[in-house]
Each structure stands twice: as structure tokens, then as C-alpha cells.
Design a protein around this ligand. Structure first.
Ligand SMILES: *[C@@H]1O[C@H](CO)[C@@H](O)[C@H](O)[C@H]1NC(C)=O
Ligand SMILES: *[C@@H]1O[C@H](CO)[C@@H](O)[C@H](O)[C@H]1NC(C)=O
Ligand SMILES: *[C@@H]1O[C@H](CO)[C@@H](O)[C@H](O)[C@H]1NC(C)=O
Ligand SMILES: *[C@@H]1O[C@H](CO)[C@@H](O)[C@H](O)[C@H]1NC(C)=O
Length: 740
């Protein structure tokens, strides 16, 4: 009750803030003129500082020494937060999460802020003082670890500039239901291998800036419906092979913290689930840092014994005046001291491993100066960060269909109309999803129409601005324009799932009307999978999974070929709603489909398959073979990629493994083994027409294993490697023998 009242108040306040802060649009430098990749590469080097880290063992030892010196109140204060800054709250000078400092032991304050898409300002009138980077799902569609790492590093420096030392992200859950309300926030898309690699890249990028990352939401927070009470029932195999993978990626990158989820797993709340937190996370995954609860997800002091280490937000004023915390001093003092000390030692181990004590920065509530600072104007970062946000957004554009209309050139089109309310939406509601992951785009944001218009002018292509965005308007354009661009947006928010995958009647009619009169290009600003019943009628379709502040600029650069399309679908675009997993409407949600979600399901039909994405050229694959000489991995496979088209481009070569005779379980187990699982991907360099690149995949022994509850990870002796440009576009296949 308290929790839902608080969250409701939070959401309403957030909404008010969003609505009240639509400032003027300023003139910004022309992004098209800058050689982005070079710039970005230079920045990659510049951004990386090299803090001297303690090893986990050294950090653990120091933590043990310090814990022994803590008084009881100090010990308790490490185990729960106090204060909770949110839009309109009285907690000025504080962060979303706060752990008090202990100056006599040089323990720094922990200053935690939302979230993975950028720093979410919570001080009054500070909207737009940080960069709204592309959402995590847009980063997933770049299939580019270096770029994810760069964005994360840039975000890390903005957190530092704002005085924070903990980022409440990345959010990494593998999507299960297509309409999941937080899918836009989840970096894995629908795939565990993609999630593992991008999560590791993100965590490293942030933590190298001296900001601790928090992998969330552990685990099975795959839908928002009943998220506070929902009980996920999943088999151990489903957990191991599918949903835990990105979390393992976070651990492999040395993540400092985990956030346990609101929901229950197997009947027990995540934050008090010893099976999840002790056996799986600390045991199997060998996690060394600490576990904090999601905000108001702590239900009992017993959570500490079950593996949670810190309650958040802890002792706070609720909007109605009441104080909230499960771990009050009274309750904490009833918990065995060894358990409390173990939890505090986990917290401090992460603090020392990250070196947060060496750079303590401001101490709340004396952080107002940092909190109100404008990171978009900070001399060391402002312009650079705008470039990174733009480069990432442009790199995330997925070109799903193109009958040759794109790129737009003067010889193809002279007059284009731009339609759709999203083309002129100054509220940018389809640039960033709502909830704790929301970051308000600053005044550099251009609408798609403004950005396209500006770029078209250079080409002497005329842009027609319609009077309205109705199907009638679209039809009236027949014969007067060479092409119509229709921009369609869908928003999403934490706290509720989308009610359908439709773009809405209005939008679908608009697209159909346009397509009936002129070659039509559909641009989608979407938070996840959508249905495109008109896909056969239009000339081109491209999507951005919420591209942040540079969404408009990204469209302009890709449409006119300044930036070659490089994005790939991190999810399957379903043919119909029945080609997806539906939201669980009951309190108990049975993951009975096991591993068979997305492209792994034999019964789902794709409108556009997982991994799909066109560019302005084509590629041929040849000479796939297993190479034994010099191979240091369990198996090495190479394939040659040739640009067979007329313009430059990058290919993302994908390796899907097929186990023809899965061994390790019974017949039912064999049947529930997907026919194809992604176990490798490699982005080529930009290849000129005729140019080739030989791509090498080094498979690790664990790539050839399947999980059985009886036998653990079982090595598979028969393996087929499929190499392709998407999960359905397989170009070369070969049997591979793991070297032993
Ligand atoms: C859930 O419970 C089942 C039955 O006891 C068990 O086999 C499975 O491993 C549990 N799943 C998780 C993710 O812990
Ligand atoms: C510091 O620690 C982080 C996180 O564990 C790691 O990614 C980074 O490479 C380390 N930096 C150095 C210089 O060791
Ligand atoms: C904040 O600043 C005031 C004034 O300098 C000081 O008295 C107070 O101790 C500071 N608070 C913390 C938590 O450092
Ligand atoms: C989806 O499946 C349901 C139940 O089988 C069926 O009633 C419905 O017509 C299907 N919808 C589509 C679009 O195929």
C-alpha cells in the first residue's frame, strides 16, 4: 500500500516534471559534418582513466579489517539507505539512494542514481542537464561492444560530474514477453549471448570511470504486470541457459553490485531468496560484491540471512508523511551479528574494489552544487557527449526493409512529405521510456522533421510539411510528392506492460494511406517488438528502439547515407501477437516454454528475424572452415566475408550453434533444446565494394555445453555451426568437433 502510493506519487511527479520542462530549441552545431568514428575512437582513449584498483581479495581483506572497527549504529547504517530524492521530494542534496559516510573510518558516502540510459536529474529544475543517451535496447541493437563501452564510459563521467558514485544500472534482463513495459531498458534484447557480452562491456565502461555499476533486476523481472507480487516459476535449465547469462556477464566484468527484483522466484521474493542469492549468485556465479534491494522490495529482516546485503531506499519520508524501512535499528539488532557483519563486509568489499574511498567526492546533503551542475555544458564533456549520443543513436538504427528508396538522393526524389505525429513531437516521448530510466532530452534534441528538413535542404530536396497527420492528408499528397516518410512512435513506461504490440489504428491507417499514394518509408520509434501488418505495402522500414536526445539527427544521417545503417534486431519482430510470449496475467507465471522464446521457438513466425538488419550494400560469405592450427580455444571457425555490393558497409556475422544429438537429459529435455542458439557475433570493419575480411570465431568450451539439472553443464560432442546474417539468413554451415 505504502509502496504503491509512493510509486504512484513518484510517477505523477515525474510526469509533471516531463510536461513542464519543454524548453526552447537552441541552434546546435551541425552533427553531419564531423567524422564521427574517428572522433569517437579518440574519445574512447581520452575517457579511459586508469585508477589503481585493489584486487577482490585485497578489497575483501580491507573490508574485514574495517568491519571489525564498526560500532553497531555504523554497521546498521551500511545495511540500509536513508533519504530518497525524487522529483518534488524534500530531499534536496541527496540522491535516489544514499548510504551515509563514516568519516572516522574514511568510508565514503554511497550516492546512487538512476539509471543506465544516463543520469536522471532529481533536483528541482535540472531536467536536461545530463545527456539522454539511447535506451539500453537501442544499444543492444548496435551489436557493438566497443560502442556500448564508450557510451557507458561517457555516462560514468556524467555521474561523477553530478557527484554520484553508483549507477543504478545496467538493466539487463533477457526479454521474455514482447510487450514487457521495461523491455526498452533491457540491454540483452531477447538473447543471452548478446546480453552477456554487451553487459560486460557496459559494466567495464562505467566502472573504469570510478563509478560502481549495479546489475539489475535479479532475477526474472521480465514483465511489469503484478511485478510487486508476481511469482516466476522457471526451471534451473531455463535460468542457467537463458536468463542468468547477462548477469554472469556482469560478474565476469567485475560488477560491484546487484539489485534483487520486486517479484518472487519459485514462491519466494527475490530479495529473500537464498537459492537465488546464495546458491546461484554468490555460489555458482562467484559474485564478490553486494546485493541491494530494489526500491521498497525488502519484505523481512530475514532477507539478510538469505543473501541480500542492503535495503533501499531504507529510512525515508513517504509523500504522506510516514517513514519506511524494514531494517530499522530495532529489527536489525535482532539479526545475528555475524550475518550483519557479512553483509556490511560485502558492501565495503565492493567499495574498496572500486576504489570509491579514494575519490569520495561530496557528501549528501552537501551535493547540491554537483547535482545542479549542467553536464551537457561541462567544458570537458558537453559537446563530446552529444557526439557520442548521436553516434550511438545513429549506429542503433535497424534498416528492416529497403526496396532501393534509401539512401535518399536527389536523382531518386525531389519532393518528400514527412507525416506522423511523432515527426513533430516536441515532448520526445518516444525518444526515452518513462519511469526510473527516464532522462529528459536537453535542448539539442531535434524532431525528426526538423532534422530531416535541415539535411534535405543541403541536397536541394524539398520537404513538404503537411497540415495534419490524417490518412486523408496522406491520400491528398498522391501525385504531388516522390516519396512519403511516415514517422510512428510508441511509448512505454516502467510500472506497466504495453497493452498490445499494435502501433495503433491511426498509425496503421496513416501508413497504408501513404503507401497507397507514393513510395513510403516508415520510421519507427519504438520500445520493443511491434506488429507491421502493412510491411508488404511500403518501400522501406527502419526502427530505433528509443534513441535518446539524438533520435531526429540519427534518422537524418541514415536516411541520406551520411551514416551507413549498422543496427541489427536484438529481438524478433513477430508476424502476429501469437508469435510471442504473452504477459502472465496470474500471480504465478510459469515459464513453461523454457528456452523456446524468440527465434529459439520452432512455432514463432518472424516478420523480421532476430539479428536481421540491412545496410546499403550486400555481403557474401565463403570458405567457412574449422581451423585447428594455432587454435587456442575449444574450436576455431573462420569465414570470409566479401562486400558484393556497390557501396561500403559493415556486416555483423552471427554464429548460431546447433546440437544435432543433444546429450545430457531425457527425451523431453532433448525436445526443449532450441535448434539454434547464438554463441558468437563479429562486426566487420567497414568494407569497400569488393573488399573481404576473414572473421574468426573462437568458441570457449562452455559454448558447447547444455545444462541438465541432474548433471550440470554437459559437454556436447556433435555440433553444427551456422554462420549467417540473421537467425534465419544462414549462409554457411559446418560440423565442428570441439578439440580436447
Ligand atoms: C524452482 O524450483 C524448481 C522445483 O523445485 C527447481 O527445479 C528449480 O531449479 C527452481 N528454479 C530456480 C530458478 O531456482
Ligand atoms: C578497475 O576495476 C574495474 C572493475 O573491476 C576494471 O574494469 C578495470 O579494468 C580496473 N582498472 C585497472 C586499471 O585495473
Ligand atoms: C554539510 O555542510 C555543513 C556546512 O559546512 C556541515 O556542517 C555538515 O557537517 C555537512 N554535512 C555532511 C554530512 O558532511
Ligand atoms: C491468436 O491465437 C488466438 C487463440 O488461438 C486466436 O483466437 C487468434 O485469432 C490468433 N490471432 C492471430 C492474429 O493469429
Amino acid at each position: 500500500m505504502q509502496a504503491s502510493a509512493l510509486l504512484m506519487a513518484w510517477r505523477v511527479l515525474g510526469l509533471l516534471l516531463i510536461c513542464s520542462s519543454l524548453g526552447e530549441r537552441n541552434q546546435t552545431p551541425n552533427l553531419q559534418d564531423i567524422p564521427h568514428l574517428q572522433l569517437v575512437q579518440r574519445q574512447l582513449i581520452l575517457l579511459k582513466s586508469t585508477p589503481k584498483n585493489r584486487t577482490w581479495d585485497e578489497a575483501k581483506q580491507k573490508a574485514a579489517e574495517v568491519v571489525a572497527q564498526l560500532t553497531v549504529p555504523e554497521l546498521n547504517d551500511l545495511l540500509r539507505g536513508s533519504h530518497f530524492a525524487m522529483s518534488g521530494s524534500p530531499d534536496v542534496g541527496y540522491y535516489v539512494g544514499n548510504i551515509a559516510s563514516i568519516p572516522r573510518l574514511q568510508i565514503p558516502a554511497l550516492k546512487m542514481q538512476d539509471a543506465a540510459q544516463g543520469f536522471r536529474p532529481t533536483e528541482p529544475n535540472t531536467g536536461g542537464t545530463t545527456t539522454a543517451y539511447p535506451c539500453m535496447l537501442a544499444l543492444a541493437s548496435t551489436w557493438d561492444e566497443d560502442l556500448v563501452n564508450l557510451v557507458a564510459a561517457a555516462i560514468g563521467t556524467e555521474f561523477k560530474g553530478k557527484g554520484a558514485n553508483v549507477i543504478l544500472g545496467p538493466s539487463v534482463n533477457v526479454h521474455r514477453v514482447a510487450a514487457g513495459g521495461r523491455n526498452f531498458e533491457y540491454l540483452s534484447g531477447e538473447d543471452p549471448h548478446l546480453g552477456f557480452r554487451l553487459t560486460a562491456a557496459y559494466v567495464k565502461g562505467v566502472q573504469e570511470q570510478g563509478v560502481m555499476a549495479v546489475a539489475k533486476h535479479f532475477a526474472f523481472n521480465e514483465q511489469e504486470t503484478h511485478r510487486m507480487t508476481m511469482d516466476a516459476k522457471a526451471s534451473e535449465r531455463t535460468a542457467m541457459e537463458l536468463y542468468f547469462a547477462p548477469f554472469r556477464g556482469a560478474v565476469s566484468a567485475g560488477v560491484g553490485s546487484f539489485m534483487c527484483a520486486y517479484n518472487k522466484v519459485n514462491g519466494t521474493y527475490s530479495c529473500q531468496n537464498a537459492e537465488l542469492l546464495k546458491k546461484d549468485l554468490r555460489g555458482l556465479m562467484d559474485f564478490q560484491g553486494f546485493v541491494m534491494s530494489d526500491w521498497l522490495a525488502t519484505h523481512t529482516p530475514d532477507a539478510l540471512a538469505a543473501g541480500m546485503d542492503q535495503e533501499q531506499p531504507g529510512i525515508i519520508q513517504l509523500p504522506l508523511g510516514a517513514k519506511s524501512a524494514v531494517l530499522t535499528d530495532k529489527e536489525l539488532n535482532k539479526v545475528d551479528k555475524h550475518i550483519r557483519e557479512a553483509a556490511a563486509s560485502h558492501v565495503l568489499t565492493a567499495v574498496y574494489r572500486m576504489g570509491l574511498d579514494r575519490e569520495p567526492g561530496c557528501t549528501p546533503p552537501n551535493c547540491t552544487q554537483e547535482l545542479v551542475s549542467d553536464q551537457t555544458k561541462a567544458t570537458t564533456r558537453g559537446q563530446r557527449h552529444e557526439e557520442i549520443a548521436f553516434h550511438a543513436a545513429a549506429s542503433s538504427v535497424v534498416l528492416m526493409k529497403n526496396n532501393g528508396l534509401l539512401p535518399l538522393t536527389k536523382d531518386k526524389v525531389r519532393r518528400i512529405a514527412v507525416l506522423g505525429e511523432a515527426a513533430v513531437d516536441e515532448t520526445h516521448r518516444t525518444y526515452v521510456g518513462k519511469g526510473s530510466g527516464y532522462v529528459q532530452p536537453d535542448s539539442s534534441a531535434k524532431t525528426p522533421l526538423a532534422a530531416i528538413e535541415e539535411r534535405a535542404a543541403k541536397e536541394n530536396i524539398e520537404i513538404i510539411r503537411p497540415d495534419s497527420h490524417t490518412p486523408e492528408e496522406a491520400k491528398s499528397l498522391g501525385g504531388t510528392v516522390d516519396a512519403i516518410i511516415v514517422v510512428v512512435g510508441v511509448d512505454a513506461s516502467e510500472g506497466s506492460d504495453r497493452t498490445s504490440l499494435d502501433l495503433g489504428h491511426k498509425s496503421d491507417h496513416l501508413v497504408k494511406a501513404a503507401a497507397s499514394k507514393a513510395p513510403t518509408i516508415v520510421l519507427l520509434q519504438i520500445p520493443g517488438a511491434v506488429l507491421m501488418p502493412w510491411k508488404g505495402e511500403v518501400g522501406a522500414i527502419a526502427g530505433i528502439f528509443m534513441g535518446g536526445v539524438a533520435t531526429g539527427a540519427a534518422w537524418a544521417s541514415v536516411l541520406f547515407g551520411d551514416k551507413l545503417p549498422t543496427g541489427r534486431l536484438p529481438l524478433m519482430m513477430p508476424e502476429t501477437i501469437n508469435d510471442t510470449i504473452q504477459i502472465g496475467e496470474n500471480r504465478e507465471v510459469d515459464y513453461s516454454e523454457g528456452l523456446l522464446t524468440s527465434y529459439r521457438s520452432p512455432s514463432f513466425k518472424a516478420a523480421f528475424p532476430f539479428g536481421h538488419g540491412l545496410t546499403y550494400t550486400t555481403f557474401e560469405f565463403s570458405g567457412a572452415q574449422q581451423t585447428r592450427e594455432g587454435c587456442q580455444a575449444a574450436a576455431c571457425v573462420e569465414v570470409t566475408v566479401t562486400n558484393s555490393g556497390k557501396t561500403a558497409g559493415e556486416e555483423v556475422v552471427q554464429a548460431y550453434l546447433h546440437f544435432p544429438e543433444p546429450s545430457g537429459g531425457d527425451e523431453k529435455w532433448v525436445k526443449s533444446t532450441p535448434a539454434k542458439v547464438l554463441k558468437g557475433f563479429h562486426r566487420t570493419q567497414e568494407l569497400k565494394p569488393g573488399q573481404t575480411e576473414t572473421v574468426l570465431f573462437n568458441f570457449a568450451p562452455e559454448d558447447f555445453t547444455l545444462f541438465s539439472s541432474e548433471r550440470g553443464w554437459v559437454e556436447q560432442s556433435k555440433v553444427t555451426v551456422h554462420l549467417g546474417a540473421s537467425s534465419e539468413d544462414i549462409r554457411q554451415s559446418l560440423p565442428v568437433e570441439p578439440l580436447s
